[in-house]
Design a protein around this ligand. Sequence first.
Ligand code: AMP
Ligand code: MG
Length: 400
Amino acid sequence: MISVRDAQTHILDRITTVAAPELLPLAAALGRVLAEDVRSEMDVPPTTNSAVDGYAVAAADIPATGTRALTVVGELAAGAVFSGALQRGQALRIMTGAPMPAGADTVYLQENVERDGDRVVVGAMASGVNVRHRGEDVQAGAVVLVAGSVLRPQEIGVAASLGLAQLLVRQKPRVAILSTGDEVAEPGTSRKPGQIFDSNRFSLRGLVEAAGAEAVDDGIVPDQFDELHARLLRAAEHADVVLTSGGVSVGDYDLVKSVLQQAGGIHFWQVAMQPGRPLAAGSIGRAHFFGLPGNPVASMLTFHLFVRPALWKLAGRRELFAQPFHATAAEPLSKKIGRREFKRGILSWAQDHWDVRTTGPQGSGILTSMTTANCFIVIEEERGDVQTGETVWVEPFQAL
Ligand code: AMP
Ligand code: MG
């Protein structure tokens, strides 16, 4: 038996390369991992400008009490530049985003003044307000985006605000996915007696894509030694990672194990966890290999724990694990000491804290427990049964 943590460490230690970089236009970079730091060559905003629609004035013209009439000397739209400079007693009608004219440092909201022809009457107010200063968002020379970050919509927006049209990102790791088992039938075909439809290849494909990698569907492989051997070797030629489900436990037909024992460099672990004990990890040829358990919940969970961090490391990500957080058990949870248990949980807000309960029966073949759940409840190795009201860790499912 090996702990979840030790299995994760072994797996991640073996990943020593990072996917090659490629240059992508911003529109194609969402979800990719940045391959280099992005340093700004400019100040953002590039000029000090008005934050509101109103009247730009000099602080010296703001009355301490009462009102003052100023002469409106022009109007400045966003995108235009005022060529002169404001003199004492003058104001400039200005729109949001237009550069502040020379001589002005404060903007009155248009709602707060009285306009009469070419005059505007202003009252007391703090100087320097309603102005956005050059470089207040980004200063020239600053590192704004860090290598290894995932490009979310906001990172892409920031890159665009610096004038960049392309970013250097990591290529997506390619992941070949195979299902094993004579009993596994292709959805959409007629199922023979004794067969079940393949779900793992589809849930795993979704997990692969949601993790930012590219999935290659290598189909279903029957429980035949030569066939499995040939298909795994072929998959390893065109993928960075080969992923199988089924065939890693100790049944008579669990061939992944015997095929890969020849390949060498593969570890077969009984991981101290529930569900999903058997796990194979190592390499075939140039590809990393993961043999996940066949039970549908176990294959999704072992992907989440072992494969996703590996894909993220391959893709150059800095953060390999999502942050768990605390919730209150809203029902008793049975737990065996000595292994890490993952229950399918439903998190809900209860006035001032998060409650979590299970989805019901927790068998590792009950795949619908994953559809009614929105998180895993994680109960640590050393812990026994959990009583209602105790604190537990939860890991929310990744949003798609
Ligand atoms: P195995 O590890 O091959 O003994 O499989 C364990 C359990 O998972 C068995 O009940 C299999 O029928 C089931 N199983 C294996 N592969 C799949 C799959 N691709 N889709 C759904 N269930 C599967
Ligand atoms: Mg099998």
